[in-house]
Design a protein around this ligand. Structure first.
Ligand SMILES: *[C@@H]1O[C@H](CO)[C@@H](O)[C@H](O)[C@H]1NC(C)=O
Ligand SMILES: *[C@@H]1O[C@H](CO)[C@@H](O)[C@H](O)[C@H]1NC(C)=O
Ligand SMILES: *[C@@H]1O[C@H](CO)[C@@H](O)[C@H](O)[C@H]1NC(C)=O
Ligand SMILES: *[C@@H]1O[C@H](CO)[C@@H](O)[C@H](O)[C@H]1NC(C)=O
Ligand SMILES: *[C@@H]1O[C@H](CO)[C@@H](O)[C@H](O)[C@H]1NC(C)=O
Ligand SMILES: *[C@@H]1O[C@H](CO)[C@@H](O)[C@H](O)[C@H]1NC(C)=O
Ligand SMILES: [Zn+2]
Length: 674
């Protein structure tokens, strides 16, 4: 198995813990402001050489927590003059890697989905965030009112790291800086380089799961000795998580900014309560969806494995063929055009049973009744819950609906079930790899073994596949990590496509199957393809050239598969079970391979901060040093920039204790609010 040079270096030369970022001369200018600088990766691929204390103090900077410059005014949390107004103007500097730009936009989408924080391209405002590729990942704390830099340096280009830096920019310090932290963690001062600061907690409980918490090995002197340990030992493996915001991160953020709305969340339902989130049954031909309590062997999706929960079920073994039942959402008011409807379903009745997804639009007279069919799912008899992701667009008020159709009651022993629906105004994943019976796969494989996904296609027509190593690749220095690789595959399209397939972004995500879309902590990792990259160990073959040139023939796909590129440290075995990555023993991996076009009105402040130089067009981003090589989707080059979204809807953010049974109160309150 060949690995490319770039990721191999990336994968093997780093240590699995957070290390200190670095500061340099530029900071003199700002040293009296709040800076926090650090690199704090998920337990994967970030390793920075820490500059010595001497070197830092030579620069006259007083550091706290190894990476924060002591601010003059520390109470950023309490002083509202450091709070941002939304949307926050941003600039993506040319110095950023293409992947970093994509990841920053992805982090913006997470804020839009989970809070009221919004961003817009800079248009000459006095205050803004300028994302640059400098040394390390760091940000100042709070809005300094004068424009400020967020550094997304080498190997900081991961969703959770950008989220972490943006939380600093929004006014938050690290979780372990709280006044009450000694009740929860033990800081081993002998093992650590610098002091700590103490801050307000916005009346929330201590959060081991915070994306702002450092990992056990932060700023340690001896790489094998932890500098932070938790009073509850189970959390030693949790602190430092870099998946996504925790519940309490979101609670604090939404409290600080008085968020009562999310920008891209519209609707969700776990069907745990009899009000079924305001959905309505339109009786059709006498058939009807039943609000059904799961039982062993016929569990719901929401609480599966812990207790019985509810789902919606249409029995297809009674009645007669052709009967149907329609379950519709309440009327929804969109702000953006694109929508993503996701839900879990199970069709285990007759092979003729069908589940049809509809959208009902405004007919022009103010009535929502113009039906449009979005998607039809036919029965497959499979007993596992499967995931559907259905993209559609609608600009005016609408409903969406689930129509179940009885195919052949005589041949049915089951029916049609749906659960855990969500509707967001975000892009839908295009390719979903559902790995069933994961535990038996896990138990029956060892280091070096892998499974290969089906062949997927990008929107441009590139074929690709993933290989998952449940116990890591044989050459991986890590234990208890899953590894994953991305491979191009040959396809009949190859003659028409651009080769090498450079400047495209690979985004791999593992779905946290929490029914509450706001609190999902899905893992998302990405990289962009470098057209000049060589196949590892070969100096005459380009990595992203045609798979028929770079790869070997595989009879399983009847295609050539290129050498893989990926992560040795994809997801830890602990993380698999900590969040709901494995529900019903199924793992869902989303895979996208797309050319990225980015709309950004970039304007760079002139030397003295006065005046601006603006470029108002949509830019097709190019990889650094590759100016002149266009991305592959020139059609989109002239597309208008999307306007920023400002309308608001009511949404409450709830916090819940980690109680599994019997009711998920937060969900229903959540669902009932709008
Ligand atoms: C908040 O910060 C501003 C700017 O530094 C300062 O002028 C003001 O006195 C601070 N307010 C409080 C209440 O500390
Ligand atoms: C949030 O609301 C409180 C109380 O109404 C107010 O004092 C504070 O300034 C608000 N914060 C923001 C960021 O709007
Ligand atoms: C998963 O396991 C079940 C029960 O052990 C078996 O019936 C089913 O065929 C398996 N599915 C796959 C895809 O391996
Ligand atoms: C997998 O292994 C674990 C521990 O060895 C065992 O408890 C479990 O039953 C096994 N599961 C399957 C599906 O083989
Ligand atoms: C690489 O290129 C050099 C000459 O530039 C050549 O000597 C060498 O054999 C080539 N192949 C490999 C695998 O290094
Ligand atoms: C292709 O096959 C050769 C010979 O078996 C092997 O060395 C190489 O690693 C394979 N390449 C890929 C991409 O699997
Ligand atoms: Zn930080």
């Amino acid at each position: 198995m060949l690995w490319c040079r770039f990721p191999l270096v990336l994968l093997t030369e780093q240590k699995p813990w957070c290390r200190v970022g670095v500061l340099f001369g530029l900071f003199f200018l700002f040293s009296f402001f709040f800076f926090s600088s650090h690199v704090c990766g998920r337990n994967i691929s970030y390793f920075y050489n820490k500059r010595s204390e001497d070197e830092l103090s030579m620069q006259g900077l007083k550091l706290f927590e190894g990476d924060i410059i002591l601010p003059l005014e520390r109470n950023a949390l309490r002083n509202s003059s450091y709070r941002w107004k939304f949307p926050i103007p941003y600039i993506l500097a040319d110095s950023l890697d293409l992947n970093a730009k994509g990841v920053i936009l992805q982090a913006f989408e997470m804020f839009r989905l989970k809070s009221c924080v919004d961003f817009k391209p800079y248009e000459g405002e006095p205050t803004y965030l300028k994302f640059e590729k400098l040394d390390g990942c760091w940000s100042s704390v709070g809005d300094l009112q004068s424009g400020q830099t967020v550094s997304i340096g080498e190997r900081c280009d991961y969703k959770a790291i950008v989220e972490h830096e943006l939380l600093h920019a929004l006014g938050f310090y690290h979780e372990q800086s709280r006044t009450d932290r000694d009740d929860y963690v033990q800081i081993w001062w002998d093992e650590i380089i610098e002091g700590m600061i103490f801050l307000d907690d916005l009346n929330t409980p201590y959060d081991y799961e915070s994306v702002l918490h450092y990992g056990p090995y932060s700023f340690n002197i001896n790489s094998n000795v932890p500098s932070i340990t938790t009073k509850i030992p189970e959390f030693n493996e949790i602190i430092g998580q870099r998946l996504d915001f925790s519940r309490i991160d979101l609670l604090k953020l939404n409290r600080m900014y008085n968020c009562t709305s999310s920008l891209t969340f519209l609707d969700q339902c776990s069907f745990e309560y009899i009000n079924i989130c305001g959905m309505v049954q339109s009786r059709q031909d006498g058939a009807r969806w039943d609000h059904t309590l799961g039982k062993p062997g016929d569990e719901d999706h929401t609480l599966v494995g812990s207790c019985a929960g509810y789902f919606m079920h249409l029995d297809t073994k009674s009645g007669h063929a052709g009967q149907s039942a329609l379950l519709e959402s309440r009327i929804l008011y969109p702000r953006k055009k694109e929508k993503c409807l996701q839900f879990f379903y199970r069709l285990n009745g007759s092979p003729q049973d069908k589940l049809v997804i509809w959208v009902k639009k405004d007919d022009g007279t103010g009535n929502v009744r113009r039906m449009e069919k979005l998607h039809t799912i036919t029965a497959d008899g499979e007993h596992h819950w499967k995931l559907a992701s259905i993209p559609f667009s609608v600009q005016h008020k609408f409903r969406y609906g689930f129509q179940g159709i009885r195919g052949d009651p005589a041949k049915s022993a089951g029916g049609i079930a749906i659960d855990d629906t969500s509707l967001t105004e975000t892009n839908c994943p295009t390719n979903v790899w559902h790995i069933r019976n994961f535990t038996s796969l896990f138990n029956s494989t060892s280091k070096g073994d892998y499974v290969t996904s089906p062949v997927f296609y990008s929107s441009e027509g590139y074929a690709f596949a993933l290989q998952l190593y449940p116990h890591g690749r044989s050459s991986s220095p890590y234990t208890n990590y899953m590894g994953i690789t991305f491979h191009l595959c040959s396809s009949p399209n190859d003659g028409l496509l651009e080769w090498p397939a450079g400047h495209r972004q690979v985004v791999l995500s593992v779905l946290d199957q929490d029914p509450d879309v706001i609190h999902r902590m899905s893992l998302s990792l990405s990289f962009t393809t470098d057209p000049n990259q060589l196949v590892y160990g070969k100096n005459d073959t380009l990595q992203w050239d045609k798979p028929s040139i770079t790869g070997n023939f595989s009879s399983s796909c009847n295609c050539y598969i290129s050498p893989g590129v990926g992560w040795n440290t994809f997801l830890t075995h602990r993380e698999l079970h900590w969040k709901k990555f494995l529900k019903n023993d199924g793992l869902f991996i989303f895979a996208d391979f797309e050319g990225r076009t980015m709309c950004s009105r970039s304007a760079l402040p002139k030397a003295a901060g006065k005046g601006t130089r603006e470029k108002k067009s949509c830019l097709v981003q190019r990889a650094a040093g590759q100016a002149g090589i266009p991305l592959s989707r020139p059609k989109q080059r002239d597309r208008a920039c999307p306007s920023s979204v400002t309308a608001t809807f009511q949404m409450a953010v709830f916090i819940l204790p980690h109680v599994r049974c019997p009711k998920m109160n937060f969900l229903d309150s959540f669902e009932g609010v709008i």
